[in-house]
Design a binder for this molecule. Structure first.
Ligand code: IPE
Ligand code: IPE
Ligand code: MG
Length: 246
């Protein structure tokens, strides 16, 4: 039996977040430039998006470009932005066919004009789809998101529309770029690194973490199934005792 068929359909995470890492090393192993790895990473994005849609997962967040990634060589940053525009344009049809809605988190205002335009169009063209919500984290950093949320709340306090004493978790969450998106229950990182790299710091407070050594371009539906099966075998205690949650 394939791994995917072993998944308990009654205990599927509502939201999976993925740190897609290892494109550069994948290319290097074959003596190819890093950009070759990014191009092949797009195949894994397609594969995993399709897998999540088939499993009935509601939200999939993919870390596509971090704020820190601007520090890479200019040639790589430009190639990543071009790849983003090309991929988004060519995938809109497939997204619509599969009832997938596209959204973004992060400081997308600071992206190049061409990227912003492609994103705006794809978001508008898929906005009525009711299946999987695919969220691309672009120019995203969790600290940036927390800071902009703090500033918008501070502004409300300054305007006297909010009292400092009465600020709730939910007020804070409504100011994050992840507002209206449930927290991920499962966070996957590929390429063997065991770190979070400034991704969803607030939202993963109780996520199950799954690290795999598979490099992103090699990641398939079967690997996704393996991560979900691992998730299903964990006991999520949320501070309680094992006896309390059984
Ligand atoms: C992930 O792969 C893609 C992005 C960060 C955009 P990397 O490019 O980080 O690949 P490695 O980590 O250098 O192998
Ligand atoms: C994290 O990967 C960002 C994305 C996957 C977009 P990096 O490869 O940039 O992470 P670090 O810098 O090695 O932690
Ligand atoms: Mg990396």
């Amino acid at each position: 039996m394939e791994l995917i068929d072993q998944i308990d359909r009654s205990n599927i995470p509502e939201h999976i977040a993925i740190i897609m890492d290892g494109n550069g090393r994948w290319a290097k192993k074959q003596g190819k430039p890093r950009v070759f790895g990014h191009k092949n990473g797009v195949k894994a994005v397609r594969e995993v998006t399709e897998g999540c849609a088939e499993l009935g997962i509601n939200y999939l967040t993919l870390y596509a470009f971090s704020t820190e990634n601007w520090n890479r060589p200019k040639i790589e940053v430009t190639a990543l932005m071009t790849l983003l525009v090309e991929t988004i344009k060519s995938e809109v049809k497939t997204l619509n066919k599969n009832n997938i809605r596209l959204e973004t988190i992060g400081n997308t205002e600071a992206l190049p004009e061409k990227s912003k335009k492609a994103l705006r169009n794809a978001i508008a063209e898929t906005k009525d789809n009711t299946g999987l919500c695919l969220i691309l984290a672009l120019n995203y950093s969790a600290k940036w998101d927390i800071m902009q949320a703090v500033k918008s709340i501070a502004q409300k306090v300054e305007d006297q529309s909010l009292h400092a004493d009465s600020i709730t978790e939910s007020d804070f969450e409504s100011a994050l770029s992840t507002k209206n998106i449930p927290d991920p229950e499962l966070l996957i990182r590929t390429s063997g690194e065991s770190r979070i790299s400034n991704f969803l710091l607030w939202e993963i407070a109780y996520a199950e973490l799954f690290f795999t050594s598979v490099l992103w371009p090699d990641f398939t539906k079967e690997h996704l199934a393996k991560a979900i099966l691992d998730f299903q075998n964990r006991e999520r205690r949320f501070g309680k005792t094992s006896e309390q949650v059984q």
